[in-house]
Design a protein around this ligand. Structure first.
Ligand code: UDX
Ligand code: UDX
Length: 452
């Protein structure tokens, strides 16, 4: 089968690399408007940092995996087209700040209709609101080019930082399509791709709308667990309970389970907030304001957690950070990625800058330019400095705020770091990452999420 994927991003790139690795009889071409991105996919310096990705790409690239900007030609030649372009929250017009911006998905559909080339299966890989496939179908259906199209939904559940393991061995693959004869045949074609490395019983097939809605629902449930434990972390701080002990105690109940119960400075990433806002917008649209309100609260709790973290910093530092220097350890929204989209570090740093703090930032993977643009700062802003290691960032600061759980932070030489800081020196552990005894023995005043 000839496969095209439009969008060489965090989802399209790794997913197609895995399909190419496992489906050696298929030719997989990932296309993107962005020439620089494509050049980077064709080099050893990939545009995204993801453990194990380079090996997978190298195994297939040039054999049956290609990266190209020849979008029209690739669409024309392909039997299956995955749409994996970004679907950000709308920042204009109706639904601003809540609805998903589907203009890139729509323009892909229009382009597929225009280019033609034969009957095709068009697969929504991007996360989209339920019933988006209707729009795609209508655009393709009215193309009058004589070809027929089947539209499927195949949402991606990989998490960044563990994308390769998630793709190699997913909990499930979900494929939705029309329940007509042609729809079911199209579903089976895509099933047969995944079935080359994933057991059939782990491939779930549904109707289109269930598949679209399941993706939003999965992300909403995961985020809701984090907001729930973060809500409890505030109560722990007030009462002397320890949030990790509570999480462990409830997580051993097999009905609750242990995952996604780690309290933190808040969830980040390109998906959770966007998808919940979108879910809530859909509920409003379908006349279900109470349901919308229920899910909105998950995002509000997340914002509250980030605010609370900054408030703790303020409280501990005698209610002013003006002119004080604070080291920011970690800017990525989680470890093992260079992605800072919606990272809690953005909200925390922005508020600290509003309070006139100076920030000394270190992240092992997020580029300086990404940090500057996330914080809307220009390159010569004197309030921020960038460093090559945590020790260097902490030098001369009054406090450390640990915002991403990078493994390397567990190995810091805390005594050495403490010696070079202003006293009293504070350590704000937004991820409960570092052994509290070690931090305190080094001399720090320690402040952790969910600990009194
Ligand atoms: C994905 C999904 O598609 C999104 O819906 C989901 O919620 C999160 O994951 P992601 O892969 O993270 O998005 O997006 P991004 O890394 O921004 O990549 C999208 C790519 O599509 C970009 O490289 C962009 O240049 C490309 N693009 C966008 C096109 O090639 N054509 C377009 O019309 C629009
Ligand atoms: C998420 C979903 O997990 C994935 O299935 C979907 O395809 C895309 O969205 P991702 O955002 O890449 O993946 O990472 P995830 O591991 O879910 O973490 C999201 C955020 O939640 C991170 O900021 C992480 O630090 C935070 N988190 C996660 C917690 O604060 N506590 C936890 O217990 C787990």
């Amino acid at each position: 089968m000839k496969i095209c994927c439009i969008g060489a991003g965090y989802v399209g790139g790794p997913t197609m690399a895995m399909i190419a690795k496992n489906c050696v009889d298929s030719k997989v071409t990932v296309v993107d408007l962005n020439q620089e991105r494509i050049d980077s996919w064709n080099s050893d310096d990939l545009p995204i940092y993801e453990p194990g990705l380079l090996e997978v790409v190298k195994a297939a690239r040039g054999r049956n995996l290609f990266f190209s900007t020849e979008i029209d030609q690739t669409i024309q030649d392909s039997d299956i087209i995955f749409i994996s372009v970004n679907t950000p929250t709308k920042d204009y017009g109706s639904g601003k700040g809540r609805a998903a911006d589907l203009r890139f998905v729509e323009s892909c559909a229009r382009n597929i209709a225009k280019v033609g080339g034969g009957n095709k299966i068009v697969v929504e890989k991007s996360t989209v609101p339920v019933r988006t496939a209707q729009m795609v179908k209508e655009i393709l259906g009215e193309s009058n080019n004589g070809f027929s199209y089947q539209v499927l939904s195949n949402p991606e559940f990989l998490a960044e930082g563990t994308a390769i393991a998630d793709l190699e061995n997913p909990d499930r693959v979900l494929i939705g399509g029309d329940q007509s004869k042609e729809g079911l045949e199209a579903i089976e074609k895509v099933v047969s791709l995944y079935n080359q490395w994933i057991d059939r019983e782990n491939i779930i097939t549904t109707n289109l709308w269930s598949s679209e809605l399941s993706k939003l629902t999965a992300n909403a449930f995961l985020a809701q667990r984090i907001s729930s434990i973060n809500a409890i972390s505030a109560l722990c701080e007030a009462t002397g309970a320890d949030v990790d002990e509570v999480a462990n105690a409830i997580g051993t109940d097999s009905r609750i389970g242990p995952k996604f119960l780690k309290s933190s400075v808040g969830f980040g990433g390109s998906c959770f907030q966007k998808d919940i806002l979108n879910l809530s917008y859909l509920c409003q649209h379908f006349g279900l304001p109470e349901v919308a309100e229920y899910w909105d609260q998950v995002v509000r709790m997340n914002d509250y957690q980030k605010d609370r973290f900054v408030q703790r910093i303020m409280d501990a530092m005698f209610n002013t950070v003006s002119g004080k220097k604070i080291a920011i350890l970690g800017f990525a929204f989680k470890k093992d990625t260079n992605d800072a989209r919606e990272s809690p570090a953005i909200a925390v740093c922005s508020r600290l800058l509003d309070e006139r703090a100076h920030l000394a930032i270190y992240d092992p993977q997020v580029p300086k330019d990404t940090i500057l643009s996330s914080l809307r700062l220009d390159a010569n802003d004197k309030r921020v400095s960038f460093h090559d290691c945590a020790t260097d960032a902490a030098n001369g600061t009054h406090a450390i705020a640990l915002l991403t759980e990078w493994d390397e932070f567990k190995k810091l030489n805390l005594k050495e770091i403490y010696a070079e800081m202003e006293k009293p020196a504070h350590f704000f552990d937004g991820r409960n990452l570092i052994d509290p005894i070690e931090v305190q023995n080094a001399g720090f005043r320690l402040h952790r999420i969910g600990k009194g």
